[in-house]
Design a protein. Structure first.
Length: 145
């Protein structure tokens, strides 16, 4: 009877040992994954922020199709790393490049470009930077205006 009890206790201790080992390995793996995903998220937010400058330049010219394609390609490959509000703001921002088609009348294009430069772009930059935890400095504040 004692041998059976000893065997049973040894089995339980071995099982606990294996479970504890598995748990610690899993936890370490998750911690490494989490660290990597935080770095990747920061990198993607920085890239989205940088792409807003390309979008702004493209909106002031008639050659916006290449920038739209570049942004759309990047967004489709990286959007899951962006926070929800940043994801939505960036997508809406680059999709608005389509408003500047050549078939639109010049008055409407100028008005849309002005609205785009003064509201959409800064709002997108603010959203992207704030969601990753970096305070946004408006360009007017940076330039001392």
């Amino acid at each position: 009877m004692e041998q059976l009890l000893f065997l049973f206790s040894g089995s339980i201790l071995t099982g606990i040992g294996f479970w504890l080992y598995w748990y610690l390995i899993k936890r370490e793996h998750f911690a490494r994954f989490r660290t990597a995903s935080v770095e990747r998220r920061l990198e993607c937010h920085q890239r989205a922020f940088a792409l807003t400058y390309d979008i702004q330049k493209a909106a002031s010219k008639d050659k916006h199709e290449n920038v739209f394609n570049k942004c759309h390609q990047w967004w489709s490959e990286n959007n899951f790393y962006l926070e929800p509000r940043s994801r939505k703001a960036f997508q809406e921002c680059y999709w608005q490049l389509l408003l500047f088609r050549k078939d639109t009348q010049e008055e409407q294009v100028l008005e849309k470009r002005l609205n785009f430069a003064n509201s959409v772009i800064p709002l997108t930059r603010k959203t992207v930077s704030e969601e990753i935890g970096v305070p946004y400095l408006d360009e007017q504040v940076e330039n001392g205006n």
